[in-house]
Write a protein that binds this ligand. Structure first.
Ligand code: KG4
Ligand code: ZN
Length: 324
């Protein structure tokens, strides 16, 4: 077997490990979601997330190795998310990666979680080669990127307030759906009329986004409907609300091509799983569905193209809440 890259991801509430060959072929990808733990709080509780990562990190790595039919002897490189995210959560993955790298004398590669999302496009069969324009829409970030090469990205637009995934989650909550609600809102919207309510799409200058007004508009729309009618109109509201978010993302995606000069367009991050979004950009390359939301395959993929830290620095590698 050729060398394997072990990817480790613990930046939020998914404990994930994956094994990818040197050639970018995915051998295994394990994602242990903590959704149920956090659902009753309506959002991720950082302390609970860190504690759960501690319990799960070792069994998740062991399972990833087992599914790949591999042992640590087959691993030739370790990639780990070390920013941005919940710092206590990140530290669990970073500590595990440091211990393994040091103990086995393996190269250790710190990975930016956002770069990881972009690298979800480079797992065999490789979907899109740089350079390209990329929309990254997740629960924590909404960015427009110029991806010049596989080593990183340049930010050309971002959200001024909520991320697109956050807008989905907040909308889902207003409509009485569970947490995280993006996927449920997507499902409900499939039975609704997107023309029911004209939600505004904020137009901010340049390639930036603003989603916070949209959420307030939904709050008012829900409040203005009598309870009996609200039940009958929930799917229509979901479809209309979703259409407004997708419209904002699609408009920016097209405008971004003009700015970057890269006509090819790719979409990554949790919101890239949205069915209406995927349908609205038929020419774009979307990350594979299983790799849109957080996973470690994308982290291993990014690590293939980055320099490891010096061995002496491997023990001092730290986790950072903010993006670089
Ligand atoms: O990339 P991700 O797993 O985590 C972050 O890095 O933030 O993205 C999670 C976000 C959540 O807000 C979730 O509701 C949203 O992606 N999401 C969706 C769908 N699936 C996940 N939003 C809309 N439609 C979906 N099908
Ligand atoms: Zn993410």
């Amino acid at each position: 077997m050729s060398g394997l890259v072990l990817g480790i991801e613990t930046s939020c509430d998914e404990t994930a490990a994956a094994l990818l060959t040197d050639d970018g072929e995915l051998r295994s990808s394990i994602v242990a979601s903590q959704d149920e733990l956090h659902a009753r709080f309506g959002g991720v509780v950082p302390e609970i997330a860190s504690r759960r990562h501690l319990e799960l990190i070792e069994p998740v790595i062991t399972e990833a190795l087992g599914r790949a039919g591999a042992t640590l002897d087959d691993v030739t490189r370790i990639g780990v998310t070390n920013r941005p995210g919940l710092v206590g959560a990140l530290l669990v993955g970073v500590s595990a990666a440091k211990a393994l790298a040091w103990g086995r004398g393996l190269p250790l590669v710190p990975v930016d979680h956002l770069h990881g999302h972009v690298a979800s496009l480079w797992i065999e069969p490789v979907a899109v080669e740089p350079p390209f324009t990329c929309v990254l829409a997740s629960g924590g970030h909404t960015l427009v990127l110029a991806v010049h090469d596989r080593g990183g990205y340049e930010i050309v637009g971002s959200t001024l307030d909520d991320a697109a995934g956050e807008a989905f989650d907040k909308g889902a909550r207003l409509l009485g759906l569970g947490f995280p609600g993006g996927r449920e809102l997507d499902l409900l919207a499939q039975t609704g009329d997107a023309g029911f309510h004209p939600f505004p799409v904020a137009r901010v200058p340049g390639l930036d986004f603003s989603f916070s007004g949209l959420k307030t508009a939904l709050l008012y729309a829900v409040r203005d409907l009598p309870p009996s009618e609200l039940e009958a109109r929930r799917a229509d509201l979901a479809a209309s609300y979703q259409a407004a978010i997708v419209r904002a993302l699609v408009e920016r995606a097209h405008a971004a091509r003009e700015v970057t000069g890269y006509d090819r367009l790719a979409v990554v991050g949790g919101v890239a799983a949205n069915s209406a979004f995927r349908a609205a950009l038929p020419d774009a390359t979307f990350a594979p569905l299983a790799l849109c939301t957080d996973n470690a395959a994308m982290v291993a993929s990014a690590a293939r193209f980055l320099e490891p830290v010096e061995r002496a620095a491997a023990l001092t590698l730290d986790a950072h809440a903010a993006a670089a």
